[in-house]
Design a protein around this ligand. Structure first.
Ligand code: 0O2
Length: 254
């Protein structure tokens, strides 16, 4: 790029600074959501001895992709327009083991007071014609900075391992054929989506059966008071004096 004068150079610097500030806000939004999700995972693991989230992937859309999308969707080429019209600058994909976990995680996210649900697309209850399944949430969350609060959109896709496996392969094929996939492959992909769905349903049934066994084992287990005086948070152990526990019981019964 040829830059003809210092005025133009300064303007470009200013725009770059504005764009950096813009992207940084989304990075903070992503950091905030990541912390929220880590807290949910850790708490769930601790109290339910089970983690509904298998893994999480996240990305910030590149400025180049944001520009491409704004052009493709025919929106104004301004930062305000990007802020308003591009809802997936922050993209988070949560992969769960079971279909029921997807809705459990979605509820846990939506219950948080500072999160506003803007839109839900339930491609699990209403799969796309090609077989694509996933629960999409568009959220708005506040980001607090030194001099202002800004709301940013966050796109969350929640799906099972099987749905994720299918979607990654379909995405690769779609791009390999430059979006014009031969009909026989499209049909086979839809068949594969049905197989993935059958697996999800089977695993959900097994999971429910295992839970019933676990509950039964829990009921019949002998109460063990030996570990009451020890509290473990991650790798750190804390001693809980019996005196404190007893006085807390007294407080409750008073
Ligand atoms: P990337 O790289 O994953 O971000 P919009 O988001 O406004 O352009 P739309 O159609 O309203 O469009 O959004 P929708 O339906 O919520 O889908 C957006 C994202 O869901 C896509 O992002 C994909 O990640 C995923 N997705 C939707 N449909 C399919 C599908 O048929 N196959 C696969 N593999 N993924 C799908 P991007 O922007 O395409 O890409």
């Amino acid at each position: 790029m040829q830059i003809s004068n210092t005025n133009q150079l300064q303007q470009l610097r200013d725009i770059k600074n504005e764009m950096t500030r813009f992207m940084m806000t989304y990075k903070f939004g992503l950091d905030e959501m990541t912390t929220k999700l880590n807290i949910l995972q850790e708490e769930f693991q601790h109290f339910h001895d089970y983690n509904p989230i298998e893994h999480i992937k996240s990305r910030l859309k590149s400025p180049e992709s944001i520009l491409k999308k704004i052009i493709r969707k025919n929106h104004d080429m301004t930062l305000d327009s990007m802020r308003e019209n591009i809802h997936d600058i922050v993209g988070i994909r949560i992969v769960c083991s079971f279909i029921s976990d997807i809705y459990r995680v979605s509820d846990m996210i939506q219950q948080q007071k500072d999160i506003t649900l803007v839109e839900t697309k339930d491609y699990i209850k209403h799969p796309k014609p090609n077989g694509y399944k996933s629960l999409h949430l568009i959220l708005s969350i506040p980001v607090f900075m030194s001099d202002r609060e800004e709301k940013v959109y966050v796109e969350i896709q929640i799906r099972t391992v099987a749905m994720d496996f299918w979607a990654s392969l379909e995405h690769k094929i779609y791009y390999k054929y430059n979006k014009s996939v031969p009909a026989y492959l499209t049909e086979e992909l839809t068949e594969a989506a049905n197989t993935a769905n059958a697996l999800d349903e089977k695993m959900e049934l097994l999971h429910n059966k295992v839970n019933i066994i676990k509950e039964h084992d829990g009921d019949s287990a002998e109460a063990d008071s030996s570990d009451l005086s020890l509290m473990q948070l991650n790798d750190e152990k804390f001693h809980l004096p019996m005196k404190v526990l007893n006085s807390l019981i007294n407080e409750r019964t008073e």
